[in-house]
Each structure stands twice: as structure tokens, then as C-alpha cells.
Design a protein around this ligand. Sequence first.
Ligand SMILES: *Cc1c(COP(=O)(O)O)cnc(C)c1O
Length: 377
Amino acid sequence: MDGVVRMSPVPARQRQAGATGYLTIDLAAISRNYEAIAATVAPVKAAAVVKADAYGLGADRVAPALYRSGCRDFFVAQFGEAESVRQHLEADTRIYVLNGLQPGAEVACAEAGIIPVLNSMEQYKRWKSTALAQGRVLPAVLQFDTGMSRLGIPPEDRAAFATELAQSSAVEILFIMSHLASADELDNVQNAEQLAEMRKIAVEFPQFGVSFANSGGVFLGVDYHGILTRTGIAVYGGALTAGQSNSIQPVVRLDVAVVQTRTVPPGTLIGYGGTHAAKAEMRLATISAGYADGLPRCLGDRGAVFYDGVRLPIVGRVSMDSVTIDITALPPGTLTLGNLVEVIGPHQTLEDLAKSAGTISYEILTGLGHRYHRDYL
Ligand SMILES: *Cc1c(COP(=O)(O)O)cnc(C)c1O
């Protein structure tokens, strides 16, 4: 992400004696990102997606920060997540469950005032039965599949839904929605194809507003905004459509401590499987985070960390709790027990790390784990 404000190193006062890794989460940056998106789509409302514990960053802290920035609509994936996010939000918020309800969760959902996204006639019928049994109207959102084949009402069921909704008002449909499969690719024709399908659906269900855009969708333009956008990754500082400028700022910084250093002669094998043999004398440092902390195993002999702006390659395989790095490029004695190296920060963005692991920022963020000392700014 070029031209963005970089986060400063972990201030010493936030370091906790003995901690081996520090995950710094800039709540103010989350708020600014949300506010930038809200301003981009205004007067359309901007919801926030806080599923998977707010993409791994802690929904208990993130959701209230978003509330203070004016967000009142929150999406999670599962009903259990909705129940826990509910505890951190005021009563004037709406919480929607994207994956809908599993059979048996309907009564608890109705009692908790949580809004299911209904993805099929079967889910709708169960929700309607609950409404009739309780003698009240229950709210819901209807999701339609516009070409992703993941979740949502398939085209062949639309006519039956139109007939059903004309006959029954036990369920109050707040709006209809669909999800974009390729919104992160500006030029992908699938975007326009899905938009065309969504417009057909809007004609078939003219009484309802439409929610369509995720983070990428927001930047595809106003045609995609509908009445409510649903952004996740952009709020958390993930890069959006390649090459497009926007005001999204980084949110996380990850620093990991050195737990041991050594110098090894040529030929020394490094790490599990002895897959890496030192070609010359090398100085090594082992840092205290591994794949159990969300550093993918595929970063072995591929990824790097940084110290003072110097790139330090990962050598050998990534272990569960540690990674060994080549520190030969640094003057001897520079890195010792307790020093912190940058895994995500000014020299290696979240996106850079994801790219070297052959994945996306979403997967890195949601995998970061709970062994780091967390600082919320
Ligand atoms: C996860 C999700 C979003 C948010 O997507 P981002 O790309 O993170 O903005 C929006 N809508 C649905 C249906 C989702 O599953």
C-alpha cells in the first residue's frame, strides 16, 4: 500500500516484560478506515463485518470502536458469534448472521433479537414457523445467489419466494442481499454479470432495498452500493483493488522476540527435516512465533522478517512455536535475546506477508492466534 501512513514501532511503555510477541492493533486506524468508507458511500449506510472475532483482531474491542464511529449494522457469520458480539454493543444496533440459522437455533435467535440472513426456503420456513409460534413478526434478510454458488436462494426458487412473501407477513424482510465473488478485481467481468443479476432480482422484489458491496464492491462504484454496504477487510487495513488509491490505513503491527542466536559453519542443517544447509558461515536467530501463531508453514525458506529496515530471510521450515532467520546481513551483536523483529509493520505490510505465503490478508489476519501480547492503541 503506497502513500499510506505507516505505524510507528511498538512504544517501549507498551512492552510487557517477558512477552515473546506483540500484536499492536490500532483501534483509531480501524475507526478512521470505517469513517472513510462511510464517507465514500454516504448517504448509503455502511455496515461493518465483524465475523471471525473481527478478522482475528478482537470483536470485543473492535465492535465498540466501530459503534463510536457511528456504525449501527454489524454482520457476523455464525449465530454464536452474534450472541457474543451482542454483549459488546448497545441496544440500538442490528446484528445479522450471514450463514443463516442451523435448525434448532431459531428460538434463541428470536429471543436475542438477532437478525438471520435466510439463504433458502427451508431456513425461511423454519423462521416463519417460529414467528407464528411466538405470535409476532420476526425480522430477516434474504440472500440471493447471483453467481457465486456459495450461499443464497438459487434462481429457480425466486418465484416461489415472491409468491410466499405476497401471502405471508409473519417474517418482515428488512432488505435483500447478495455477495460478490470477484470484487477485488476491478476488471473482472463477473462483477458486471452479478450486478445485472442483482438488478433482475431487485425488479422481482421491488419492495426491498439491496445490500451488495463488500470492501472491494465499495470501490467498484455507486452502482454496487445499494442501501447498505458490508465492509470487513478494508476496515482492518487490508489492501483492496490493486493499483487503486484509497485512504485505507494499516491497522496491525506484529513484532516477535528473538529467543536465541548462534553462528553456524558451512554445511550446518537448519530446522525440521534438515531441509536447509548453510552454504557459508551464517549467523542465525530463532524468533518466538510459528505456525501456531499464524505464520504459515509455507513461509519456510520463502518469507522474511525485518530489523531496522534490513530484510532477514526465514531459513528452513517454520516450526509450531518458532522460526529461524538469517541475520548475517546485520552487524554482529545487533540482535540478541529479547530484541524484537518486525513481522508486519512499515517494511513488510500485511499484504506483503500474505503474498509471500501465497495467500490473502484475510487468512493471515484471522490466523494470528492468541499467544501474542495484544496492545490496542
Ligand atoms: C465476509 C463477507 C463480507 C465482508 O467482505 P470483505 O471483503 O472483508 O469486505 C461481506 N459480505 C459477506 C456475505 C461476507 O461473507
